[in-house]
Ligand binder design. Sequence first.
Ligand code: NDP
Length: 330
Amino acid sequence: MDNFRALVADGNETEKPKLAIRNLTAADLPEGEVTVQVAYSSVNYKDGLVGILGRMVQSYPHIPGIDLSGTVTESSDPRYKPGDQVIVTSYGLGVTHDGGYSELARVPASWVVPLPEGLTLREAMILGTAGFTAALSVQRLEDNGLAPEKGPVVVAGASGGVGSVAVNILAKRGYEVTASTGRMNEEAYLKELGAARVIHRDELTETERKPIRRPLWAAAVDPVGGKTLSYLLSTLQYGGSVATSGLTGGIEVETSVYPFILRGVNWLGIDSVECPMELRRKVWERLSTDLKPTMLSTAIVNEISLEQLPGELARILQGQVRGRTIVKLG
Ligand code: NDP
């Protein structure tokens, strides 16, 4: 593949980037041991931050896209050979290194995950970083004692990428899931994913500071943060845990020592970017087996082209994207 197309962001430190589809050659790609013909990428909140607002980008021109799946075309690393199907997410992909919104990508071999047997390249991107983060949240919650008999689990930002996959994984594993959303018109979708109950996000948002409230949840998956997280910490049951992954509702969190010293709760940080490779591979393996979401075969997936990406990136920053959106390359 000598010539290929990519969505390129161009800009500078003071202005928001401009996005355009460009024809490139392999010489335009950054250094790396593994070259991949990209089959699919996906749309995450972070892609909106990078592509629309230029956050975290260190230099232009830049190809966004924090996720990709595809087939190796060249590798100078003996662990990979042409024809291997792989997933690449996290590290600097699509942020400090050219990413997945491109028909061809070149990456360090240390970022590559072999596609597990139980997933297709398309399914891997329906999951993407959001699905991986949801699964890592479930893994960490269960490592900290969560089990279905412990009580209800709440998922904040449930209509979004991390939230929707978390609802589906937890429901499949037998948890009683409450889905919290600002979009009550998505109630039917969330129930289809397995939510037993759907509540409005206002019910989970702290309006008055209280160190501790009536215990409600055995655990929470929280990609929202802010006042939602303050509320969740004050409503966890004894020994309960919250898995914090995101900030769509804000970065400031008010809490006190009381949930920790009176209820022994756990505040678990979830980071997909630097997640060690051993755990990363384990979570991807589980996503292809016992944690494989039923939504991969049932849910309507929004599949878009490179041309449709700029509009979709703007929409995800406005909280308007439902579930997962994948990008078909080539
Ligand atoms: P999405 O936009 O798909 O989902 C986020 C959801 O948050 C929205 O769908 C919406 O859900 C809810 N939301 C949006 N705005 C607000 C608001 N102002 N107040 C409360 N809720 C709001 O994004 P992703 O799922 O891709 O990512 C979610 C978050 O997780 C982001 O902050 C992202 O950066 C972070 N993240 C972190 C990772 C990590 O490694 N720690 C990895 C992946 C993501 P609803 O409409 O249902 O209320």
